[in-house]
Design a protein around this ligand. Structure first.
Ligand code: R5P
Length: 310
């Protein structure tokens, strides 16, 4: 078994390697003057079971290209099996035609990863589970829910919690968390009554006096969550906290979250946190390194990955 780290999240790859008590494979990913990517694996990988760790987060296209070129290098280096470990799978939100003459980019990215040489994919909280079917190679989709559930149970012990879905699309995910924690569920229904009239946020469920915990897969601009937090506080919630798997946090997201009523937003390290994330008072990261490491060990040993979540 060998682990190759691309550049999007080296600390995560290092933590995974440390959890597996093995060094990262010596490799370099460099740029030519015109920004073309050049990859060189400095160790023999012939016949090896190789895992390439790379989130296709910002800058998404560079990181995707780095992954593809690394997969190609490993295939041409005669690796026995190559697993693309993509903790955050970018482009996942483009998973259907959103209108006439628009692409399904998530499918295109799946084709590219397969064509570049991946024999399997290991990822986490795919935006839509059906994306697994965009690949004709095995995909293991891990869940942050058990990690979050343990953390919530510790931090909110003895408090009157309520799990909240920030939109109707996230109800399944939020209901799963509410079931795990044996607590109530509320839903935020965003509705634009007429074109040109601003969106109304209706809170479905009695959140008055409750410690509300919003759960979602992605925080990007932060708009969805900050608006949800305002709506919950207006409905007399006692506090609002947030648990999100992938902290995309584009543009002014961190500033928006810092000045929102969100008491604490917990994200994972599927995407490397920026300096702004590290210093923000109401943002914290939980590591997925042990979970990824265990899943990789099981893939290598040909043992069950799904049983990690039973
Ligand atoms: C949408 O379906 C996703 O689950 C997230 O709710 C969304 O991507 C969050 O985006 P933003 O933070 O920009 O509102």
């Amino acid at each position: 078994m060998k682990i190759v780290a691309c550049n999007s999240n080296r600390p995560l790859a290092e933590a995974v390697a440390a959890a597996l008590h093995m060094p990262l494979t010596r490799a370099s990913v460099r740029r030519f003057a015109d920004m073309e990517i050049f990859v060189e694996i400095h160790e023999n990988v012939r016949g090896e079971d190789v895992f390439v760790v790379q989130s296709t987060s910002y800058p998404a296209n560079d990181n995707l290209m780095e992954l593809l070129i690394t997969l190609d290098a490993l295939r041409r280096g005669s690796a026995r099996r190559v697993t693309a470990v993509v903790p955050y799978f970018g482009y996942a939100r483009q998973d259907r035609k959103s209108g006439p003459r628009t692409p399904i980019s998530a499918k295109l990215v799946a084709n590219l990863i397969t064509e570049a040489g991946a024999n399997r994919v290991l990822t986490m909280d795919l935006h839509a589970g059906q994306i697994q079917g965009f690949f004709d190679i095995p995909v293991d989709n891990l869940y942050a829910a058990p990690l979050f559930a343990r953390d919530i149970a510790e931090r909110f012990a003895g408090r009157d919690m309520m799990i909240v879905s920030p939109d109707v699309g996230g109800v399944l995910r939020a209901r799963g968390m509410a079931t795990r924690l044996n607590c109530d569920l509320a839903i935020i229904d965003k509705r634009r009554e007429r074109a040109g009239v601003s969106e109304v946020m209706n809170v479905i469920g009695d959140v008055a006096g409750r410690d509300c915990i919003l759960v979602d897969d992605i925080v990007d601009s932060g708009g969805t969550l900050c608006n949800a937090a305002v709506a919950l506080m207006a409905s007399k919630a006692r506090s609002v906290s947030v648990y999100i798997t992938h902290g995309v946090l584009s543009g002014g997201a961190v500033a928006r979250i810092s000045s929102s009523p969100i008491a604490m937003m917990t994200i994972t390290d599927s995407i490397l946190g920026t300096e702004a994330v590290r210093v923000a008072q109401n943002l914290r990261q939980l590591t997925i390194a042990p979970l990824l490491a265990e899943a990789m060990r099981r893939i290598s040993d040909e043992s069950s990955v799904s049983s990690l979540f039973e």
